[in-house]
Design a protein around this ligand. Structure first.
Ligand SMILES: [Zn+2]
Length: 493
């Protein structure tokens, strides 16, 4: 049964950019270095230092913003967001407030997957994407014995892209689909590795529910921002939990539990307990005393620069999906499976499809043979020992094999590093002998079913299926296409 309310979600996503160095200094931007080893007077905020913007970080952000169909501002500036926290030695974060470099974009996503019907398309509007620096990391003693807190400032000043969506998402599943598409796109573009465990993709979810009223109006519940969700699973669970909690609160006291646009509550997510923990009522922008950063020059972006970044972007996942469908005859679902595995896999598929001359067959063989092998060998397609040419040769050599026979041969070829012919010899498979035996089986089936033969010759095409069935029953696992051919030949003879 459908829920008696609509879940409304907007997401704020922070991704760490794949730059060599930090946003305003030359310190290394790398995960896992010894604590406080990648710091300098600039990112430590010592007196008298001057920051200089990392142009590479700006270009990567521009790439992401263009892929998100954002409008790019020709002139953009930096602002100081003032607050005090031990992991922020400068006592302000350099960010963008009223003039972000990009605005008003959208990301098209596919929701509600169904192997038969495909997907439903949905457009999620993007409010803005802006660049800012990250803070450091505080580490608190969580044993409850009152130990020390420590701070690691390696992350201080590393470049972050914040992408804020409109509240266009309508379920936990849609929120996860949006994140998956965003992650795929940012990885393909080389903007971020989007590793949630390492914190290079972080997500805050703004959630409330809309309850339809008898008079046709909608009752909206207060906004809650669930902070720092660190896995896609947590995002889905936290939103579902929060929506249920809102409905229970609404039922208890509808008059009291309604939205107030000036207030937003922040909450954390306790994953082991599976519940949100309300933390505080959030400051609005005035509390941060934003003001323009006097030490950095504004950034001017020319049309030529935007075009150069656009030209270097390559084909985005959505365009790739529709091209695979139109050019190679793939279903929406098959195209999505391939595209989700990244550009190198799409290139591999297209090479194989060209050699085999049949996109659907190439996609099927990838999922029968190559995908399971990659999973088993824990390899990416770039490390896979068989090229698309080698797989095409293998398929040609093993054409008449059954699905299981082909899988066994493929495993042998991979494990032993031998040719398909060697594998067939080693496994005692010979299609020539099989074919002779199968022809005898076809003849035997015809001899045993004279009525079906007579019916077929009398014009009943369906009678052939009875003969085919008889052969396949007596020869389990025989290659269907070969039996069909032999049967056609014998019936014609
Ligand atoms: Zn530094």
């Amino acid at each position: 049964m459908a829920e008696p309310f609509t879940t409304v979600v907007g997401l704020e996503v922070h991704v760490q950019l794949l730059t060599q160095t930090k946003l305003f200094c030359g310190c290394r931007n790398q995960f896992g270095l010894p604590p406080n080893s990648a710091t300098c007077p600039v990112c430590l905020g010592l007196p008298g230092v001057l920051p200089v913007m990392n142009r590479r970080a700006f270009d990567l952000s521009l790439r992401a913003a263009l892929a998100l169909n954002c409008r790019i501002a020709g002139f953009t500036k930096w602002d100081r967001k003032n607050y005090y926290y031990p992991d922020l030695p400068k006592n302000f974060q350099t960010s963008q407030y009223d003039l972000p470099f990009s605005l008003d974009g959208h990301l098209d996503i596919n929701v509600h997957p169904d192997p038969k019907k495909g997907y439903t398309a949905k457009t999620v509007r993007i409010i803005r994407a802006h660049l800012e620096e990250d803070a450091g990391k505080s580490m608190h003693d969580d044993t409850g014995r009152g130990g020390d807190s420590k701070v690691d400032l390696n992350r201080t000043g590393t470049p972050l892209l914040e992408i804020v969506s409109h509240p266009d998402l309508r379920s936990p599943e849609e929120a996860v689909a949006y994140l998956e598409e965003l992650r795929l796109m940012l990885r393909e573009l080389g903007v971020s590795d989007c590793e949630m465990q390492e914190g290079s993709l972080r997500c805050d979810a703004n959630v409330n529910i809309h309850v339809p009223q008898p008079d046709g109006s909608v009752h909206a519940t207060p906004l809650v921002e669930i902070k720092n969700l660190n896995s896609f699973r947590s995002v889905g669970r936290a939103i579902a939990y929060e929506a249920r909690r809102h409905y229970a609160e609404y039922k208890r006291d509808p008059a009291e539990f309604r939205i107030d646009k000036r207030l937003k509550t922040t909450a954390g997510w306790d994953d082991p307990k599976g519940e949100t923990v309300v933390q505080r009522h959030k400051e609005d922008a005035a509390d941060y005393r934003y003001f323009p950063e006097p030490d950095l020059v504004p950034v001017v972006v020319s049309e030529a620069e935007i075009q150069a970044v656009r030209d270097a972007m390559g084909e985005l996942p959505a365009a790739q999906r529709s091209r695979l469908q139109s050019q190679h005859g793939l279903s929406q679902y098959d195209a999505d499976v391939l595209v989700a595995k990244g550009r190198p896999m799409v290139a591999y598929f297209e090479a194989l499809a060209g050699l085999v001359g049949d996109g659907k067959a190439a996609a099927n063989r990838l999922s029968d043979l190559v995908f399971p092998a990659l999973t088993e060998r824990k390899e990416e397609i770039g490390e896979f020992p068989l090229s698309a040419v080698a797989v095409a040769d293998f398929l040609k050599a093993t054409g008449p094999a059954t699905k299981q026979g082909r899988a066994d041969l493929f495993k042998h070829v991979l494990d032993k590093g031998v040719t398909a012919a060697d594998a067939m010899a080693a496994l005692g498979i010979s299609f020539a002998v099989d074919e002779m035996q199968l022809r005898e089986a076809v003849k035997a089936a015809m001899a045993g079913n004279p009525k079906a033969v007579a019916d077929f010759k009398g014009g009943k095409d369906a009678a052939k299926m009875a003969l085919l069935g008889a052969v396949m029953k007596a020869n389990k696992g025989a290659p269907n296409d070969v039996v069909r051919r032999l049967l056609d030949e014998e019936l014609a003879g």
